[in-house]
Design a protein around this ligand. Structure first.
Ligand SMILES: *Cc1c(COP(=O)(O)O)cnc(C)c1O
Length: 398
């Protein structure tokens, strides 16, 4: 089966800056349509020239809606090719199961998205795929855990919930030096903040459920990279069945066009909110890479176009209440921000990582990772900054 159509992109980069390519890259204007229509058809008629080898089938991710989105995403990250998937986990699982096989060893960041962490540490071992967890901020420690069977290195651009930014340039160099495939989950930074192929990564993965769509109303993912590798992941995805429905493609396509507008606003507001919280007497600690006291502030400033829309903070304990009580009270009292997991949407969301994303860790593991029970994570939306700041102020007050 030919994979050529589903891993679209790279057919000449569009002119213009990021925001312009966001609108126009990959658009096919089929029938003159300015916005992509939904091609809600399981299969397309066999084309005499292409025959059965060129079959357009919904699970093969090669319908026009898949194709346009993939071309746009490849262009935005300056890559040859891309593939849209049915979820972020579909992208991650298909990519890892393409790059790794029985007997292979993976170096993986020690603070990954929960689903990825469980996949690597509990599911892949059953397929004969081993791993060693590494500190992405400490390149000097990686060579010691390298094995003859090491095939790949996997990190995230910005980690959850303390927003650590590893030595991503060193990851690219280390992979090149040792012949490894470098994979990165670029969900938190988005192509507006970081373009992994420019730093030596072979595959960039996204939960498009988050910033790429940006409206908290669908589940989708993406794999972006060199054509050969993306085509190989496409082959795996066809077998795992994690394709994206065309209707969701169109929603994602629409959401994606405002990525730059949304993300610029979210980054700017996150910095304002982080500064406000850092100066608030009822706040003990703030984790945001845009603040000078963040351990990765300088590196994040060098690598990323902006510091992102995610931050975390600890309400301070007082004579009236413990830190955890203060966090619970805050979550109850916020009126603009919504108490919910997930992230990257237009609405500000707040959540307790210890009780959601990091619930699977023991209290000792969380403590070692710096994730206290009172930590509150904020996904900053596109509301007006003054309103958000006033909301956190009133919720922390009294
Ligand atoms: C949400 C998320 C995922 C998983 O994505 P789904 O779309 O929910 O499958 C993977 N990585 C990161 C960083 C995420 O935030």
């Amino acid at each position: 089966m030919s994979h050529d159509d589903s891993t679209h992109g790279g057919s000449g980069r569009r002119p213009g800056s990021f925001g312009t390519r966001l609108i126009h890259a990959g658009e096919e204007r089929i029938g003159g349509a300015v916005a992509p229509p939904v091609f809600q058809s399981t299969v397309f008629a066999v084309d005499e020239a292409g025959g059965y080898e060129d079959l357009k089938y919904i699970r093969y991710s090669n319908l026009p809606n898949h194709r346009m989105l993939a071309a746009k995403l490849a262009d935005l990250e300056g890559a040859e090719a891309a593939l849209v998937t049915g979820s972020g986990m579909a992208a991650i699982s298909a990519a890892l199961l393409t790059v790794l096989g029985a007997g292979d060893h993976l170096l993986a960041g020690d603070c990954l998205y929960g689903g990825t962490q469980v996949l690597i540490t509990r599911k892949l071992p059953a397929f004969g795929i081993e791993h060693t967890l590494i500190d992405p901020g400490d390149p000097a420690s990686w060579a010691a855990v390298l094995k003859p069977s090491t095939r790949a290195i996997y990190v995230e651009t910005i980690t959850n919930p303390l927003m650590r930014v590893g030595d991503l340039e060193a990851v690219g160099r280390f992979a090149a030096e040792h012949g490894l495939v470098a994979l990165i989950d670029n969900t938190f930074a988005t192509p507006a903040g970081f373009r992994p192929v420019e730093h030596g990564f072979h595959l960039s993965l996204h939960s498009a459920t988050k910033y790429l769509n940006g409206h908290s109303d669908l589940v989708a993912g993406a794999v972006i990279g060199g054509r050969e590798r993306v085509t190989a992941v496409d082959g795996t995805l066809r077998l795992l069945g994690g394709s994206l429905d065309p209707h969701a493609c169109v929603l994602l396509h629409r959401g994606l066009k405002t990525l730059e507008l949304r993300f610029e606003r979210q980054c700017a507001t996150a910095l304002e909110l982080a500064r406000f919280l850092a100066g608030h007497p009822a706040v003990a600690r703030v984790a945001y890479p845009g603040l000078e006291d963040h351990p990765d502030h300088l590196r994040a400033g060098r690598l990323l176009d902006c510091f992102g829309g995610m931050l975390a903070f600890e309400p301070a304990a007082s004579s009236k209440r413990t830190g955890v009580e203060a966090a619970d009270r805050l979550l109850r009292r916020l009126r603009v921000a919504v108490h919910a997991p997930s992230l990257g949407g237009v609405e500000t969301l707040v959540v307790s990582p210890a009780r959601s994303s990091h619930r699977g860790m023991t209290p000792e593991q969380r403590a070692a990772a710096g994730i206290s029970d009172e930590l509150v994570r904020v996904s900053v939306g596109i509301e007006v900054a003054e309103d958000l700041i006033a909301d956190f102020d009133q919720a922390l007050g009294g």
